[in-house]
Design a protein around this ligand. Structure first.
Ligand code: GAF
Length: 394
């Protein structure tokens, strides 16, 4: 990682600012084993931080009011005055950052200027949450540099709110939570209602989780993400109108849902049906992992894909193709589209010693069918955001 990510980020900092960075921070992307789109519906999710990161090289400028941020990979930079109220800007990447700053600017915090270069190994638009890593990474930096005394939960919530207010995506809390709370070799079981969470050993007994990147880029702002959320909110409204005694969405039963089908309409019915079943699947998946029943975990992943494809309708032909063909290979226990959908990666549970042949066969088939070279990521489950304190003499 040092050669690939940290050293080039430091080099860029030196070249641009003619100075040494004072801190290096690493903010990870995430995978999600199961529990898709349920984070904004009182569900449980099973994400984990991964060893793909945004690296920030940072220096404080006590005599200045200007913060300059260089997005190395995009070849862009942006400067703002920390004493003036920030507003959304046309550069989407900067909105994730400004959305964080605007929340902290409103309180009594005193900021000074900064110089920041960031660079990333999290592929953008692939469903691995590069935006959450950017938001939470910046909130974490401000917390450390200006002693804001934010808790980890507050950092995750600030990241999510930045997405809502400055990026225009009504996302749940899963991605930000995973980026902040990740732990090496542990999967997080998060209750998105209470934010209570526990960690599970990610022991997959000779199987590994491989990501196949369809290279179909998605953007939650322009895809159907907010629309799905509206469908769900409509469904919830009808459910609560009919069953006001129910406290949490996850406590509605399928027969209650059926009872309201006509009033809620087909679309919201399908969305809520998927969600209620998915919430149950997550609980079953957590049990399967803890009991070492990896085969059943695979079955649940594949069921999730079917639900995301036909009920929640967030898959696409490329991802359906990848999942369908991967499942036909020996040694594959389960496969599904991962993240918000409309493109990005599939997550596949594959016997370790068969992985290579599966990758080869699927890449060839995908290339032949769509003329797209799929990418493969073999990720490790890693720690959440932290300062990189190893020596970095380069
Ligand atoms: C995106 C969102 F940002 C998450 O909050 C979550 O809803 C996910 O899609 C789907 O599970 O990554």
């Amino acid at each position: 990682m040092q050669e690939q990510l940290i050293n080039p980020t430091i080099q860029k900092f030196r070249t641009e600012f003619k100075a040494e960075p004072e801190h290096i921070f690493l903010s990870p992307g995430r995978i999600n084993i199961i529990g898709e789109h349920v984070d904004y519906s009182d569900g449980f999710v099973l994400p984990a931080a991964i060893d793909k990161y945004i690296c920030f090289a940072v220096r404080k400028l006590p005599q200045s009011n200007f913060c300059t941020i260089i997005a190395k990979d995009l070849g862009e930079e942006y400067t703002f005055d920390v004493t003036i109220e920030v507003k959304p800007v046309p550069q989407m990447w900067m909105n994730y950052i400004l959305g964080v700053f605007s929340q902290l600017q409103k309180s009594e915090n005193q900021f000074c200027g900064m110089e920041i270069v960031f660079s990333s190994t999290i592929p953008m638009g692939s469903g691995l949450s590069s935006s959450a890593a950017l938001e939470c990474g910046f909130a974490y930096i401000l917390n450390e540099l200006f002693n804001l005394h934010l808790t980890k939960k507050e950092i995750a919530v600030i990241g999510q709110k930045s997405e809502h207010t400055f990026a225009g995506v009504q996302c749940g809390i899963m991605d930000q939570f995973a980026s902040v709370f990740g732990k090496e070799n542990k999967v997080i079981m998060l209750d998105c209602n209470s934010l209570e969470h526990q960690y599970f050993d990610a022991d997959l007994k000779g199987y590994s989780l491989l990501l196949f990147d369809s290279c179909v880029k998605h953007s939650h702002l322009t895809s159907g993400y907010n629309e799905r959320r509206r469908d769900v909110e409509h469904g919830k409204k009808v459910l609560w109108k009919n069953f006001p005694e129910i406290e949490k969405f996850r406590d509605f039963t399928l027969s209650m849902l059926d009872h309201t089908k006509e009033e809620m309409g087909d679309i919201s019915y399908k969305r809520c049906l998927y969600l209620l079943k998915e919430i149950q699947r997550v609980e079953m998946a957590a049990k399967a992992i803890s009991e070492g029943n990896i085969e059943y975990l695979g079955t649940l992943l594949t069921e999730t894909h079917a639900g995301l494809s036909t009920e929640f309708e967030v898959s696409c032909i490329e991802l359906d193709f990848l999942v369908e063909n991967t499942l036909q290979k020996e040694g594959v226990l389960g496969a599904r589209i991962m993240g918000g959908g409309f493109g990005g990666c599939s997550i596949n549970l594959i016997q370790e010693n068969r992985a290579e042949e599966v990758i080869k066969a699927i890449s060839e088939k995908y290339l032949e069918h769509f003329n797209i070279q799929m990418k493969v990521y073999q990720v490790k489950i890693s720690d959440g955001i932290k300062e990189y304190t190893n020596e970095y003499i380069i």
